[in-house]
Design a binder for this molecule. Structure first.
Ligand SMILES: [Zn+2]
Length: 377
């Protein structure tokens, strides 16, 4: 994909050295880059929890206690399947066998997304161009939020660090009702065209939507009526949306991350792919075992961006290699030590982006055409 004003190159000394060290580590450990028993156990636990919450609700009296008691944990299992199962599957990192990856990727279709569209928007657009303003779909929230320099500012953004939290809850709801259908109708994601699915891809899209709408809306509506079914979906999808959005925001939309505004004046900036990933992505809570288990290694998102086809169970060890290699090459490996620290950093970044552009807080160094950060020269 070509982006006006940006020339992406590969093969930096850092990237070559890092690949060599990571390959040597896999060799020394005698493991391959795919998942192992830990992935199967985790997937089984998350799928069981997800199915139990849905089944438990269907067998309940459908009252408010059941909606809340089953709906909140369902939202957490729902997001967990996104973090730890479908993400690795759609990156072909879950297993060596392509059929296993495809099946685990299809979990996304069952839980309300489209694995076909995800592979385009996440693997192709987001992973190749993290934090490049106007290209990275994860920076787009319509006019509601201003996440990066170069985006339009509105007076309401002064309060965005407060209202963004509940707004995040609507991301999954919008995804279930609108995003896949509008993107499919338009044939493009964030103005970048994609080939519409055909044959087996199209069949998976349609079957996935039928399965999702059946368990999410049709069956509960038949048991309890439309109002109860919608209330249960809204609550669980809201919890899921908050989890998904916050985790992705903590990796890219924080004070430690760089953002790139493509120049519009005919200038070009030169970016090394691996150094771009390092500059625009931030790890968090590396010593927190619960976060590492539940988030599918997305708290080690620097490693994920550098090695997206390696299963996340290997990330904690690989992060140490990335940090050491970056230091040896004079590059900055960015990490917030705790979840609380990462949340505070996201809050502070959004507060800064919500101030009128040109006012003091936005004057901190940002990667842009005029001011390339030394690490990316
Ligand atoms: Zn990914």
């Amino acid at each position: 994909m070509k982006i006006d004003g940006i020339r992406m190159r590969g093969g930096s000394a850092f990237h070559k050295d890092l690949r060599k060290r990571v390959d040597a580590w896999f060799e020394a450990e005698g493991v391959d880059p795919y998942g192992d028993g830990r992935m199967w156990r985790k997937s089984a636990a998350l799928i069981a929890g997800f199915v139990l919450m849905i089944g438990g609700f269907w067998l309940s009296d459908g009252g408010w206690a059941a909606i809340v008691g089953f709906g909140i944990p369902l939202g957490l299992f729902w997001a967990g399947l996104g973090f730890s199962v479908m993400h690795d599957g759609n990156h072909s990192a879950y297993a060596r066998d392509k059929r296993v990856n495809r099946a685990m990727g299809f979990v996304l279709d069952i839980i309300g997304g489209s694995s076909y569209l995800w592979r385009h928007k996440h693997n192709r657009i987001h992973h190749s161009h993290p934090n490049i303003v106007g290209v990275d779909d994860d920076l787009e929230a319509g006019f509601f939020l201003r996440m990066a320099p170069g985006q339009d500012w509105l007076p309401m953004h002064r309060m965005q660090q407060w209202y963004m939290w509940p707004l995040y809850g609507f991301i999954a709801i919008k995804w279930h009702l609108l995003d896949d259908y509008t993107q499919m109708a338009q044939g493009q994601i964030n103005d970048i065209p994609f080939a519409r699915p055909k044959g087996r891809d199209l069949a998976e899209f349609v079957v996935g939507k039928i399965i999702f709408h059946s368990w999410c809306f049709i069956v509960p509506a038949l048991i309890f009526g439309v109002g109860t079914a919608v209330a249960f979906w809204l609550l669980s999808a809201f919890v899921c949306g908050v989890m998904l959005a916050v985790v992705f925001q903590l990796a890219h939309c924080v004070e430690e991350a760089d953002f790139i505004v493509p120049p519009t004046d005919g200038e070009r900036i030169d970016i090394d792919w691996a150094e771009l990933q390092l500059a625009t992505t931030v790890d968090f809570a590396p010593e927190n075992p619960l976060a590492t288990w539940y988030l599918g290694g997305l708290n080690f998102q620097v490693v994920h961006h550098l090695f997206p086809r390696v299963c996340h169970v290997h990330y904690p060890e690989m992060a140490k290699i990335v940090a050491a290699t970056a230091a040896d090459h004079g590059l900055k490996y960015r990490c917030n030590p705790t979840v609380a620290g990462a949340l505070a950093s996201h809050f502070n970044w959004m507060r800064r982006m919500g101030l009128r552009p040109g006012s003091a807080p936005e004057a901190t160094p940002l990667l842009s055409a005029g001011e390339p950060e030394p690490a990316l020269r």
